[in-house]
Design a protein around this ligand. Structure first.
Ligand code: KG4
Ligand code: ZN
Length: 347
């Protein structure tokens, strides 16, 4: 470890989308505090995140959130050894708030700063939750902005095995929730309604199934659900859908997403010979997905990991943990660190 104390206290800051979050993590694994201030209520009435509203809100909340994280951790600001901040991908105005504050803290305390990729943060949620977890592992990252499969051979090294060619899985959940007249964010709503429905009621497409690629595609599925709904509504009118129809559509849609994700995870296990599978990102909160992946991983003699719900949504503990490992490897960001909305990840 290059001039990093193994018990170093890292302040993590996350403002890439609509959660203002700060956390203090010791030694990359022990979470002393993790504060998340969600803006969901603010964006609900618009049916999605409004970027300007999000950044203005981060600006109001970020310092009280950091203050709370420091005091809950039971440490003084002066005891913080380094600052880790999400610098991409995400909404530029939102990212800039976190990056600016992180730079100010690092500058004032004269401590190292590290910019962290949000996707790497999501993967690290698993290392935080399962201290015994060691690479190699396959990680399926499914969020509102990303859907990708990574092979993690070593901490900090990510080979992208495949990714979505169009919509992210969470984005598909959100769009389908909207057309079904369900609330925002869509994933939890679709999951709730799907519990009452029949997943085999409709045979929606599983794109790229049976093909050797580890990529995903969800835009055809979204279109198929939309076409089906439009045809039905033309026939029966909006109010005329029979009871249970929405639940059946939600369940069949969710089943199509889960089937596609499961098939590629199994294929990735076979291709790489890696038998540890970890799930990350907002969609990792989906119980049906967790249960299915757990079953199929264990059936093949593997082990499945999914972080507790607090670590599946955007949080700063995962950013502090990922930042710690980069700092320990000797990496540092300059005080000129910038927000990069389209920051890429994996090689
Ligand atoms: O990781 P995240 O909090 O933000 C991004 O980095 O995108 O992920 C948010 C996404 C949203 O699309 C939301 O609908 C989805 O995760 N999500 C779910 C569930 N809970 C959240 N999708 C399916 N089932 C859920 N239970
Ligand atoms: Zn996220």
């Amino acid at each position: 470890m290059k001039d990093m104390n193994p018990d170093a206290l890292v302040l993590g800051i996350e403002t890439s989308c609509d959660e203002t979050a700060a956390a203090v993590v010791r030694g990359g694994r022990e979470v002393l505090s993790s504060v998340i201030s969600s803006q969901v209520d603010l964006h609900q009435k618009y049916g999605g995140v409004v970027p300007e509203v999000a950044s203005r809100n981060h600006l109001e909340r970020i310092l009280p959130v950091i203050d709370e994280a420091i005091s809950l951790a039971g440490v003084g600001l002066s005891q913080i050894d380094a600052v880790a901040v999400t610098h991409g991908p995400g909404l530029v105005g939102s990212l800039l708030v976190g990056v600016s504050v992180a730079k100010a803290v690092a500058f004032a305390l004269q401590i190292p700063l590290i910019g962290v990729n949000h996707v790497e943060g999501h993967i690290y949620a698993n290392f935080l939750a399962f201290p015994e977890l060691k690479p190699p592992l396959i990680c399926l990252t499914v969020s509102g902005g990303h859907t990708a499969l990574f092979a993690v051979q070593q901490l900090g090294q990510y080979e992208m095995l495949g990714q979505t060619r169009d919509d992210a899985a969470g984005e598909a959940f959100d769009k389908i929730a909207r057309v079904l007249g369900l609330g925002y964010p869509g994933g939890p709503e679709v999951e709730r309604v799907a519990r009452e429905g029949d997943p085999e009621a409709y045979d929606f497409p599983r794109a790229l199934s049976g093909e050797t690629t580890l990529d995903f595609s969800f835009s055809g599925l979204k279109t198929a659900v939309l076409n089906h709904l439009n045809q039905r509504r033309q026939k029966v009118g909006v109010a005329g859908l029979v009871p249970g129809e929405i639940a059946d559509i939600a369940a069949s849609f969710q089943a199509a997403i889960i089937d596609a994700l499961e098939e590629k995870v199994i294929f990735a296990m076979e291709r790489t010979g890696i038998n540890q599978v970890a799930l990350s990102g907002g969609v990792a909160a989906n119980r049906a997905l967790r249960e299915r992946l757990q079953r199929s991983t264990e059936l093949r003699g593997g082990q499945f990991f999914a972080p507790p719900f607090d670590y599946t949504t955007d949080n700063a503990a995962m950013i502090a943990a990922a930042g710690f490992h980069r700092l320990a490897a000797g990496e540092r960001s300059e005080l000129s660190l910038n927000a990069i909305p389209g920051l890429q990840f994996g090689n």
